[in-house]
Ligand binder design. Structure first.
Ligand code: AMP
Length: 397
């Protein structure tokens, strides 16, 4: 089947067309496991349509889809899309797995907009534009939060008054779920253990970064929270800070307003604030050349991650595997080494040679004596979305 995978932003649409052959089952988790059973997948084409919206070159999402359709006509040589899979950032408490979209589902995605004001409305616009243009096409939504719906209450609750949760939905949701789910499935397959028996920790380290505790193949804790700002030191996000920092910034003579605080913590913090760059390659190069700021940025990011991994090792009753994924996790051997060095107390060791190998394949980088197996598992959220879409669209008939 040909799947159009769409990631709608407020002013851009990223797309891929994947060809999926074979029959994965309905959930993303099952789909990941089904790869073992011979599901083949290929990228046929991909691209980005930018400058959508009020002042951009493309009027709106509907016009962007006209553009997209014209491009696909050219790129697919007359072959037709069978199903559309959408990446949707927030599924709130409603969605714990991918769903086939109908009008009620789109309205729910829109209703969840207060939780993801930039992303959910854009996803809904993309879905509606496709409904209008290709009404016959089945559409599937895959939520970034869904994989974390298995968190126990002690992990998702914040210790704040109950009505803030009940009336305003303030709780930990977690993000990057599609990626954490996918690489967990791949790791289980690689290790030859049933997914339901996999206990470990997944570190998704891209420009945004989060770490997840996996028990029995399911998410039981994760570092991102109510929003993707919580947890690790990221490219431009602070990760965890004392919440009183915000009240301190909001008071006094040079008080910040909400928008300024949001900008500082989301766009001007993290590796960028400490090391002067959010590009891991540049930071590593500068640190190796003796640049103290770059060295501190790397140490802070690794130290924060190491603390989370230690905590999650305990949370899952002893991790058997540590998984690195995403831009930094897959590509930065020096950063992985820093992290593994910090895990000495857990008996984790590194195979330096294996760590230095560059590859697009899943690979083991721990030493033969390591107490925990360390894997690099390339993530592929589009593939996970495509397979979930095929699973659900196939179920329709
Ligand atoms: P992502 O958000 O998953 O695309 O990851 C982006 C991050 O990955 C940026 O910090 C990049 O500097 C980092 N990255 C990408 N390629 C490499 C590489 N070859 N070596 C080190 N870091 C990389």
């Amino acid at each position: 089947m040909l799947v159009l995978v769409i990631n709608s932003g407020s002013s851009s649409i990223k797309y891929q067309v994947r060809e999926v052959t074979g029959a994965p089952a309905g959930s993303a988790a099952d789909a990941a496991a089904a790869q073992v059973a011979g599901v083949e997948d290929a990228i046929l084409t991909k691209g980005l349509i930018e400058n959508i919206g009020s002042s951009g070159a493309v009027a709106d999402h509907a016009e962007a889809l006209d553009l997209l359709a014209a491009r696909l006509d050219e790129e697919l040589n007359g072959r037709e899309i069978d199903v559309v899979g959408h990446r949707v950032v927030h599924g709130g408490e409603r969605f714990s797995e991918p769903v086939l979209i109908d009008n009620e589902i789109v309205r729910t995605i829109e209703r969840l907009a207060p939780l993801a004001p930039l992303h959910n409305p854009a996803a809904a616009l993309g879905i509606r534009a496709i409904q209008k243009k290709w009404p016959h096409l089945p559409q599937v939504a895959v939520f970034d939060t869904a994989f974390h719906r298995t968190l126990p209450e002690r992990a998702w609750r914040y210790a704040i008054p109950d009505e803030l949760y009940r009336l305003r939905g303030i709780r930990r949701y977690g993000f990057h779920g599609t990626s954490h789910d996918y690489v967990t499935g791949r790791a289980a397959e690689h290790l030859g253990v049933p997914r339901e028996e996999l206990d470990g920790v997944v570190a998704h380290l891209g420009n945004g970064a989060s770490v997840t505790a996996i028990k029995g193949g399911a998410s039981v804790d994760t570092s991102m929270g109510y929003t993707p700002l919580a947890g690790l030191v990221m490219g431009t996000r602070s990760g965890d800070v004392d919440p009183s920092v915000l009240t301190a910034l909001m008071t006094g003579p040079d008080a910040y307003d909400a928008e300024q605080i949001d900008r500082v913590l989301n766009n001007e913090s993290g590796l960028l604030a400490i090391g002067g760059s959010n590009d891991m390659r540049e930071l590593v190069q500068r640190a190796e050349g003796g640049d103290e700021k770059a060295r501190l940025a790397l140490e802070m990011a690794a130290y924060r991650l190491v603390k989370y991994i230690g905590g999650y090792h305990v949370a899952v009753g002893g991790a058997r595997v540590l998984i690195f994924t995403a831009g930094i996790g897959e590509n930065s051997a020096p950063f992985r080494r820093l992290v593994v060095e910090g895990l000495g107390a857990l008996g984790v060791t590194l195979d330096e040679e294996a760590n230095a190998v560059r590859s697009d394949e899943i690979r083991e980088i721990s030493g033969p004596d390591s107490a925990i197996t360390v894997l690099v598992v390339p993530t592929d959220e589009e593939r996970a979305i495509a397979e979930a879409a095929v699973g659900l669209a196939g179920d329709r008939g």
